[in-house]
Design a protein around this ligand. Structure first.
Ligand code: AMP
Length: 356
């Protein structure tokens, strides 16, 4: 039986946080441990160039993400781990893919618009091309499933569109990749606004945070009187609607988005029943946020502490990470090379001697 291929990756832009952990990392580990799949997990260092970067930080960050991968349980014996830049076939395929994608389609993507707002001085072709490179990241391995958060869904749609176009124009049979859904596909920001994100200070709990830091971060989550009504969002077009409920404070009649963040974290770490218990209290006797936050900080820390210990241990083994990615990149290049050769042939450009 041929195994289905999986591709995922994290940008090398800093330490991983709980959004990355629940939205992607947990799915990556689950698929690695399923014998039906062959898993390719990169650190997206080229994607990190789409926003302002510093080379030394990038060097540290990409090394750090591999250490995080190993610490959360990715195993180089089971998963192919590598830096995206070590497999130049990604870039070549992205260039071929870009021939079938319109500029207008890219300009309308929500992530592009967000980044334009965030970095108005940095609206580059690399930024615009990000989803095309992501399509190549996935399809260069002919991957069928992609464990990523819901924010990546519009990019997966682009990958599917490209696969369809290439298949119909060139008689290929590239898969149309689907998102592998996890329970934490949308982890809200601690500030109550938007999603947990590396680029938003105060929005995230990092996998490297100690108990005191977690307590301090949770202490800052905005709350309300502790009592109110809960409404479920049914707008299925809204990103992360599955995770969304509206907590309406009975005193002010205002929505408490920080309470949503706390309740989501309770569910992710302690299960649905625990969240229901707190929600019942919210709609009756009231929630004491001080107690809830202390309890939550301990639960979070208990889960990430072993990851931190494992990461420290990994970082004490000199050369280990380099060995892992060297051997991962070699395996990845083999598969990626086959796909790119096949695409060049199908497009007819191999016959022109392009990269043959
Ligand atoms: P990034 O750090 O943007 O490269 O994201 C790496 C992975 O984490 C991607 O699969 C994202 O979809 C996922 N991710 C990032 N932030 C969140 C979040 N707040 N909730 C769920 N998944 C997330």
């Amino acid at each position: 039986m041929t195994k289905k291929r999986i591709l995922s990756g994290m940008r090398a832009t800093g330490t991983l946080h709980l959004g990355n952990y629940f939205g992607a990392a947990k799915g990556m580990v689950a698929l690695q441990d399923d014998p039906n799949y062959k898993t390719f997990y990169m650190v997206a260092d080229l994607h990190a160039l789409t926003t302002p970067f510093n080379v030394e930080e990038l060097r540290k960050n990409r090394h750090n993400v591999i250490a995080d991968y190993l610490a959360i349980g990715l195993d180089p014996e089971k998963s192919t781990l590598f830096f995206q830049s070590m497999v130049p076939e990604h870039v070549e395929l992205a260039y071929y893919f870009s021939t079938v994608v319109s500029v207008a389609r890219m300009q309308h993507l929500p992530t592009f618009k967000e980044k334009v707002k965030q970095y108005p001085e940095n609206v580059t072709m690399a930024l615009l091309n990000y989803p095309v490179l992501m399509a190549a990241d996935i399809l260069v391995y002919q991957a069928e499933l992609v464990p990523v958060g819901i924010d990546q869904e519009p990019h997966l749609e682009i990958a599917r569109e490209i696969a369809r176009k290439f298949n119909s124009q060139y008689g290929l049979s590239l898969p149309e990749p689907k998102r592998f859904q996890t329970s934490g596909e949308y982890v809200p920001s601690l500030t109550g606004e938007g999603k947990m994100s590396k680029s938003m200070p105060g929005s995230f709990i990092a996998l490297t945070d100690d108990l005191e830091t977690i307590k301090k971060k949770l202490a800052k989550v905005p709350t309300d009187s502790g009592k109110g009504k809960i409404k479920t969002i049914t707008d299925t077009k809204k990103p992360g609607y599955q995770a969304k409920k509206r907590y309406i404070d009975s005193t002010t009649n205002q929505e408490s988005k920080g309470v949503l963040a706390l309740m989501t974290l309770v569910e992710l770490f302690e299960g649905k029943e625990k969240r229901v218990k707190y929600e019942k209290a919210y709609e009756s006797s009231g929630v004491r946020y001080g107690e809830l936050k202390t309890y939550l900080a301990e639960v979070i820390y208990n889960e990430i502490k072993p990851i931190q210990e494992k990461k420290r241990e990994i970082l004490t083994q000199p050369g280990y990470i380099d060995e892992v990615i060297e051997s991962g990149a070699k395996k990845a290049r083999q598969v990626a090379g086959e796909t790119v050769r096949m695409v060049r042939q199908a497009m007819g450009i191999a016959q022109l001697g392009i990269n043959s």
